[in-house]
Design a binder for this molecule. Sequence first.
Ligand code: AMP
Ligand code: FE
Ligand code: FE
Ligand code: ZN
Length: 285
Amino acid sequence: MRIDLHTHSSVSDGTETPAQLLATAGAAGLDVVALTDHDTTAGWALAEEARPPGLTVVPGMELSCRWFPDDQPPISVHLLAYLFDPLSPAFAAERARLRDERLSRGERIVEALAADGHPVAWEEIVAASEGGVVGRPHVARALVRAGVVASVDQAFATLLHHRSPYYVAKADTDVREGIALVRAAGGVPVFAHGLATKRGRVVGDDAVAAMAEAGLLGLEVDHPDHSDEERAHMRGLADELGLLRTGSSDYHGANKTTPIGACTTDPEQYEALLAAGTGAAPYRD
Ligand code: AMP
Ligand code: FE
Ligand code: FE
Ligand code: ZN
């Protein structure tokens, strides 16, 4: 069994539609794929509809969150959520708030870039997103279209990284509140790429322990942005705290170079995750 529990479609910041993404998953020989777009479940129905026979699809999401350390500014953390009830009202309202937050912050980033002479326009970026949840990758693609940079990676390396003068933070969900919302909706919360230092500041072990206390159920151990040492550390924390371990590609289509299935989840861990999710069922034969 080959199981990839973290992918993005064009419903957020991937480049393939949910149907194309599932075709890619099937062609790569995956047996199970989770669709985990940022802050939206809009792809779930499309994925259920387009699911090829033989492939199991786990409905999921990646929630934009923050951890608030005592002595530093907030740290951005991503929370994967699986098999939750999409109609759970408090969680649905929080997702809607996050999407609004993305729109106002995206517009501020683009206005600052344009004011410095970079030929990008917010209306064009929103139109190009085709109703998807807009993030920095959409701004990156606009910079590529405008010829400012050669690639999405180069856009992040030069203008869009979190230390750039153009970076604008979002008022993301307090991660402990996010965990509570996912659990209240019958879902399984898993801390995504928790030690990926290349993405910015990461939280300490104390924060992971506090998240476990708040109801976290798993850690993403194997992820393309984790070094071998970071994976080993995450694995140790999962064992210590009694959490599930996942492995996933974080596939984003052409917005990243990582292929689907680049990291995978142990079947036993996957079965335990399925058993813990009560708010929605996987789509399967
Ligand atoms: P946002 O949610 O708008 O802050 O944008 C974060 C998203 O940007 C992540 O989910 C990734 O998809 C993408 N991203 C972050 N860093 C990079 C990078 N160095 N290269 C390409 N994509 C990136
Ligand atoms: Fe993303
Ligand atoms: Fe993420
Ligand atoms: Zn992701």
